[in-house]
Design a protein around this ligand. Structure first.
Ligand code: MEV
Length: 312
């Protein structure tokens, strides 16, 4: 910003939008937790997500949403500082807008990370040397939010397609038929960090038996990817039901999650399971041929839910 500009001109320039970025939320159709142990997961982006807008400012900063708890505020500031460092700290103030339910296992922190990475990279002035990619910046932020994430959340958000994800590698998939899900929001759940840690303790104690279950989850995810590309939705639904059983075996489900999966199946879902880290609460997904109709019925019964087309 030139020092010779008048204060009025400077004010106008300082508030101007210079870049923006969107990061969609995600659902894991198959393979959560197994993916932390090197198995593949099948995931897809939602239509809803986080929008980051970068406006010209004196220094690189983020506007923390007012309703954030002190813990989440600190995490956002630390994650943003890492993103700023990787992108050369462009002189912008980033504000955030989200229509994604938070802390429900729908990848809200990954969506935020991708949105911020996109906005900062787009706002960064040209500079010599290697530039950090969108995925690198978003992963650096995700590590602050989740400790040791598998990377499936931010990779799915950045890709914008259904993906088969394994150990940092993303295989985008072309779905032969539309994939429509109902996402039911059950409410508060333990943090992903805590749920992942609890499972790691059990797995460390009895590695062989847990390894068998993770391997089976990996098979289910691979078969699910084939079902997506061949348009076999009944097979995909069956795999979701099997995956729910495996998540129960891993002690990651709960009475209210199980009850909702049964309700969705009774309403005609081809398959239903928890999505994300699980524990208790969070989100449950059902694969439907008529997701909008299912949402109407569920909403009449007071269930908090929405429909999303994941592909097609
Ligand atoms: C979180 O959306 C999915 C988990 O598998 C954790 C991870 O992949 O980092 C539970």
């Amino acid at each position: 910003m030139s020092e010779v500009r008048s204060p009025q001109v400077k004010r106008a320039i300082l508030g101007a939008e210079v870049a923006a970025g969107f990061g969609p939320g995600k659902v894991i159709l198959l393979g959560e937790h197994g993916v932390v142990y090197g198995e593949p997961a099948l995931a897809a982006p939602l239509r809803v997500g986080v929008q980051a807008v970068a406006r010209a400012a004196e220094r690189c900063s983020v506007v923390c949403p007012r309703d954030l708890s002190p813990v989440h505020r600190r995490a956002l500031e630390e994650a943003f500082a890492r993103a700023a460092l990787l992108t050369g700290a462009p002189k912008v103030q980033v504000s955030l807008k989200s229509d994604l339910p938070v802390s429900m296992g729908l990848g809200s922190s990954a969506a935020l990370s991708v949105a911020v990475a996109r906005a900062l990279i787009a706002a960064a002035p040209p500079r010599p040397g290697r530039k950090a990619s969108e995925l690198e910046v978003a992963l650096a932020m995700e590590k602050v939010f989740h400790g040791t994430p598998s990377g499936v959340d931010h990779a799915t958000s950045a890709c914008g397609n259904p993906v088969l994800f394994k150990q940092g590698k993303v295989k985008p998939l072309v779905a032969k038929r539309p994939i429509d899900v109902v996402v039911v929001l059950l409410g508060d759940r333990p943090s992903t960090k805590d749920t992942v840690r609890g499972l790691r303790e059990r797995q460390a104690r009895w590695p062989d038996r847990y390894r068998r279950l993770f391997r089976e989850i990996g098979h289910v995810a691979r078969e699910g990817a084939e079902a997506v590309t061949s348009g076999e939705l009944e097979s995909l639904g069956d795999l979701m039901n099997l995956n729910q059983g495996l998540l129960c075996a891993l002690q990651l489900s709960s009475d209210r999650i199980d009850a909702m999966t049964r309700e969705l199946r009774a309403m005609g879902a081809l398959g239903a399971k928890l999505t994300g880290a699980g524990g208790d609460g969070g989100a449950v997904i059902g694969l439907f041929e008529d997701a909008a109709g299912a949402v109407r019925t569920l909403s009449k019964n007071g269930v908090n839910c929405f429909a999303s087309r994941l592909a097609g």
